[in-house]
Design a protein around this ligand. Structure first.
Ligand SMILES: NC(=O)c1ccc[n+]([C@@H]2O[C@H](COP(=O)([O-])OP(=O)(O)OC[C@H]3O[C@@H](n4cnc5c(N)ncnc54)[C@H](O)[C@@H]3O)[C@@H](O)[C@H]2O)c1
Ligand SMILES: [Zn+2]
Length: 371
């Protein structure tokens, strides 16, 4: 079954776009490109793993349809989502004469999507991008919402742009080649979507763990599709993260710090799992979450064997320092998006979806959740 979601991108209605998801939908790429993103040359950007598995096939598909397409490959891994790779890719696209009438097709996980999206956002001051996510994480989360960017020494995603895609095409069959730990890491974001917006979905994600980890398309399809729907609903209500969209940062304040401080030894989704476990503890501790919320979060993570404790090498002080560089920091205080219970997030008295937490409480939460 093919499902199409409409995403509201900004005040400018012309930037609204569709997410098309389903099994085998990659075959629709040439038709959708001709219709929604005509270009003289398509720069298919991917990483070294996805090149062989899927992106070369995408180039062949475009050439068979009579389009001009070129493949651009950078080395796989979160540590390559940096300015140096953005710079090298930008030069390669320029050398290949990708002009203002060109377009970028990002084929891969969230690293490819964020990097290729940022190249597209800046090349000739912005050329169109199409997202073709191939990981559970990129389908459910990264490809929807128009955020692009790179990691810098001060922290994750601190340099970037909003650059909504012309469309997103999520072929669930591409997950068939994804390693088990990557599937689990992606479904950590699905658990997050459930915790922030839909308790029934959180339960369904946990119940489907066996099938999803076993790459059963029948198990994956409803989980991925509903995960996309939740992300679409939230970003459409708040495309530029002025309010509600902040709920999606649950688990990410601690998670990003853990990810950066671990030297990217943990996958993004694994770091977010640790972040959610720690922030759920914090939410109970400050009296925002009802008792049992943290236990429920831990049970959801356990279904996917996701980590839930901060590695011992990471000290609370070091993590706090990294958090203080985070985008979510306002006027020096670290702000957290915290749940009241599974399926509902807390809103503070001023209407914001984040709350200030004093440093001592953050340090205690990390200490209590360290191995
Ligand atoms: N822009 C956003 O709104 C947003 C949201 C969430 C996460 N992100 C970003 O997404 C990134 C994480 O994304 P990710 O988990 O997809 O990581 P990733 O892109 O590094 O992909 C994980 C690994 O799987 C490989 N891979 C990808 N597709 C495959 C397939 N079908 N079969 C086999 N191997 C495959 C990749 O080569 C890589 O080695 C982080 O940088 C995070 O910050 C962005
Ligand atoms: Zn994330």
């Amino acid at each position: 079954m093919v499902t199409t979601f409409r995403v509201h991108a900004a005040t400018d209605r012309d930037a609204d776009y569709d997410v098309v998801a389903g099994r085998g939908v990659l075959a629709e790429l040439p038709r959708l490109l001709a219709e929604r993103c005509p270009a003289h040359l398509y720069a298919v950007v991917t990483d070294s793993r996805v090149a062989e598995l899927h992106a070369k096939r995408v180039v062949a598909l475009l050439e068979q349809a009579g389009f001009a397409a070129r493949l651009f490959v950078f080395p796989a891994g979160e540590w390559n989502k940096v300015r140096a790779t953005w710079s090298a890719l930008s030069d390669e696209l320029l050398a290949a004469h990708v002009g203002r009438d060109g377009a970028v097709v990002a084929v891969g996980g969230g690293v490819v999507g964020d990097l290729a999206g940022f190249v597209a956002a800046t090349l000739h001051r912005g050329i169109p991008v199409v997202q073709v996510p191939t990981t559970t994480l990129a389908m459910i989360d990264a490809s929807v919402g128009g955020k692009a960017g790179v990691d810098v020494p001060a922290g994750k995603n601190l340099v970037g742009a909003f650059h909504p895609p012309r469309f997103v095409l999520s072929d669930i069959d591409t997950i068939a080649t994804l390693p088990r730990n990557q599937i689990a890491a992606g479904l950590a974001e699905a658990i997050k979507h459930g915790v922030v917006a839909d308790a029934a979905y959180a339960a369904a994600v946990a119940a489907a763990a066996g099938g999803c980890l076993g790459r059963s398309p029948e198990a994956l399809e409803p989980i991925v599709t509903r995960g996309i729907a939740i992300k679409v609903e939230i970003v459409s209500a708040d495309p530029e993260e002025r309010g509600l969209r902040q709920v999606l940062n649950f688990g990410h304040t601690v998670g990003h710090a853990v990810e950066a401080r671990s030297g990217y030894g943990l996958l993004h989704g694994e770091a977010v799992a640790i972040g959610m476990a720690t922030e759920a503890w914090l939410a109970e501790e400050v009296g925002i979450a009802s008792p049992g919320t943290r236990r429920a979060v831990l049970d959801l993570l356990a279904a996917y064997d996701l980590p839930c404790t901060v590695p011992p090498a990471l000290t609370p002080d070091a993590l706090l320092e990294t958090m203080q560089h985070d985008k979510k920091v306002r006027a020096g205080a670290v702000r957290f998006a915290l749940p009241c219970c599974i399926g509902r997030m807390a809103q503070s008295a001023d209407g914001a979806w984040t709350v200030d937490v004093p440093s001592e409480k953050i340090v205690r939460a990390i200490e209590a959740n360290r191995q």
